[in-house]
Design a protein around this ligand. Structure first.
Ligand code: SF4
Length: 348
């Protein structure tokens, strides 16, 4: 994806903090930093994967972008407009263009409504189609997501997990969106069904020129579907680049540890596993300096005191780590270490 292209969605220094209240007067005594100062762009027609362990803030990022939770600071710009400044009418337009597919389709469907009734209601509310036109569109949608006309009159409990996710996709598509936030859309499904749903999402993307922000904890799922990948840790975005580059030359120590944890079928594979020690610290009390320093195998003195900055180490490859600050990078490049070493032996 060329960086000269205008982004469809731009997230800039976004923060979402949840207050912790305590004491008799229920005063704010702290904050959970669920999303802490992250920035990225999503370009038209691409899939940006957002990956990280549970609790890293990826789902909160998706919800904040959709204004399902109120942001603390920063901006989200969609087609040049800051969505946090939009009026009710503006938000209605935004929700036509930007839709979400949830992890648990059952929980997000009304158990008392047939699929047809649900789709009719949404299209009527957004003035998309009514009557004959709506019926025609519903039949098309069913076909598009791999369901039959028979399913139009069925209730959510009559579907299997995979079919329910197809209904969730039909619901997202019925407003002809441009961008879909896919929030762990396959993590609750069996492996064989996962690949069917991923292939369906890919096929629909090509056919309808959709853009996806794909949130998942499973790196192999993200690898399968994404053009670029962003890695999150404890509310921070620590690395973002093209998918191939991330898997071939992971630069951030956390990314390298995540990749090491993917099971490899080859029993002779001799890579050194970067096993992480300790638990993820609490986002209500993140470590000073680099939030990863308590678990990082490459931690230096500076990491315990100072926050790193996001740097573009290679065109389109951004890393949030002191190993790649100007001084260190110059030194490392001079000594032919680090980046070169990693490029030669990406599994280290
Ligand atoms: Fe590790 Fe330091 Fe980089 Fe943080 S800044 S990931 S502690 S090397």
């Amino acid at each position: 994806m060329e960086s000269v292209q205008k982004p469809l969605l731009k997230v800039d220094q976004l923060k979402k903090y949840y207050p912790i209240k305590g004491g008799v007067l229920s005063r704010v005594i702290g904050q959970v930093k669920a999303v802490d100062d992250i920035s990225f762009e999503v370009f038209e027609g691409e899939t940006l994967g957002l990956v990280g362990e549970s609790g890293c803030g990826k789902t909160t990022t998706g919800k904040t972008i959709l204004r399902l939770v109120k942001h603390t600071e920063g901006s989200v710009t969609y087609q040049g407009k800051n969505i946090f400044d939009l009026t009710k009418k503006g938000m209605r337009e935004f929700y036509k263009d930007v839709q979400i597919i949830f992890q648990d389709p059952y929980g997000s469907l009304n158990p008392r409504q047939t699929v047809g009734d649900m789709l009719r209601e949404i299209m009527k509310f957004h003035n998309i189609a009514r009557g004959e036109e709506a019926e025609k569109k519903i039949k098309e949608l069913m076909k598009m997501v791999g369901l039959s006309e028979w399913h139009i009159g069925r209730y959510p409990h009559e579907f299997s997990g995979g079919q329910r996710q197809r209904v969730g996709i039909a619901r997202a598509l019925c407003l002809d969106p441009k961008l879909i936030i896919c929030d762990e859309p396959v993590s609750a499904l069996d492996v064989s069904i996962q690949s069917q749903i991923l292939n369906l999402l890919k096929e629909l993307q090509q056919r309808l020129n959709l853009t996806y922000l794909f949130i998942a904890h499973d790196l192999s799922v993200v690898k399968h579907i994404s053009d670029r990948v962003g890695v999150m840790y404890l509310g921070k975005l620590v690395e973002i680049t093209k998918t191939d580059e991330l898997f071939e030359v992971p630069l951030h120590p956390y990314t390298r540890a995540l990749l090491s944890a993917i099971p490899i079928a080859d029993v002779d594979h001799s890579s050194i596993k970067a096993i992480l020690k300790g638990d993820v610290p609490s986002p209500s009390n993140p470590p000073k300096g680099c939030v990863f320093h308590t678990r990082c195998p490459e931690c230096m003195e500076i990491c315990k005191k100072e926050l790193p900055v996001m740097r573009e180490v290679k065109p389109g490859h951004f890393v949030y780590c002191h190993l790649y600050n100007e001084e260190m990078l110059d030194e490392n490049v001079k000594n032919n270490t680090l980046y070169n070493k990693i490029e030669k032996n990406p599994k280290n």
